[in-house]
Write a protein that binds this ligand. Structure first.
Ligand SMILES: [Zn+2]
Length: 282
């Protein structure tokens, strides 16, 4: 894999965050763990499942608004072991899985930072809610980036959830329909001076692209140039779950330059697959 140009972290890390994450890792080591992918005992991730996290990058174009389409890259399909590992990290606090997920993350960022205008771009994670941070003790996207050796710029935040919504913690993202997630999504606020800066947005999982679109719009209004969006994993293209027409990584340039849009559904421009695009379906 070619060396990526995403920003590296400043040192030293913040101690409080470091200690919190070290304690989470220690708890994972002390408690009996099974493979997050297949359940085999005593392994955070068995060799067979780890092999299934080998990057299989894919690209698409995300229409942020009429007239603005930005490259969207993902490192692997959000399915099978990748899905299990990301869910275990996010919902069960199994932060020891972050290093295994670094390969697909870096693969997605390699592609994102190879796009025009992305050199030197700030790497900005999509924000999580304060409620989720409180429940987990960490922000999954920031943690995944740090464990991959990347520096992020926390340029966005979500306003606190309305009390009525916060009272239903069981209604987490994974249990909501796409329509529910979209209606529940809040516009993030920009908390960092990004005027005139290039930005690459980072999320853990991209499904409809709505979260990234909202983040991109907010940053653009604040004067940033959105060079690309990257996610570790992309939800398979199923009706009702993802409208993003993913292509193989090699197709991104042709896709951006000359592939004609054929129709528009929702917020994502649909396009005809080219012969070089191995369309990826569930
Ligand atoms: Zn396994």
């Amino acid at each position: 894999m070619a060396p990526h140009t995403a920003p590296r972290p400043p040192t030293p890390h913040r101690w409080a965050r470091w200690v919190r994450e070290a304690l989470l890792d220690a708890a994972a080591l002390v408690a009996p763990v099974d493979c997050a992918g297949c359940g085999a005992p005593d392994r955070a991730l068995c060799p067979s499942c780890r092999a299934l996290l080998a990057p299989l990058p894919r690209t698409a174009l995300l229409e942020v608004r009429p007239g603005l389409r930005i490259p969207l890259t993902a490192g692997i399909a959000y399915d099978d072991v990748a899905r299990a590992a990301i869910l275990a990290l996010k919902e069960d606090g199994r932060t020891e899985l972050a290093r295994a997920l670094a390969a697909p993350l870096l693969a997605a960022l390699d592609l994102a930072y190879a796009q025009p205008g992305a050199a030197g771009a700030l790497l900005v994670p999509v924000p999580g809610s304060a409620a989720a941070l409180g429940r987990r003790g960490f922000h999954p996207v920031e943690l995944l980036a740090r464990r991959a050796g990347l520096a992020t710029t926390r340029a966005l935040e979500l306003a606190p959830e309305a009390p009525g919504r916060a009272a239903h913690p069981a209604a987490s993202q994974k249990h909501r329909t796409l329509a529910e997630r979209t209606s529940a999504r809040r516009e993030p606020r920009v908390t960092h001076d990004v005027d005139g800066r290039a930005v690459v947005l980072l999320d853990d999982v991209v499904t409809s692209g709505a979260t990234l679109r909202a983040a991109a719009r907010a940053l653009e209004r604040a004067g940033a140039a959105i060079a690309g969006c990257a996610a570790i994993a992309a939800t398979p293209r199923r009706v009702g779950e993802s409208a993003i027409p993913w292509g193989a990584a090699a197709a991104v340039s042709a896709c951006i330059d000359d592939a004609p849009a054929t129709a528009t559904r929702g917020t994502v421009t649909m396009r005809a697959p080219t012969t070089s695009v191995s369309s990826w379906k569930a």
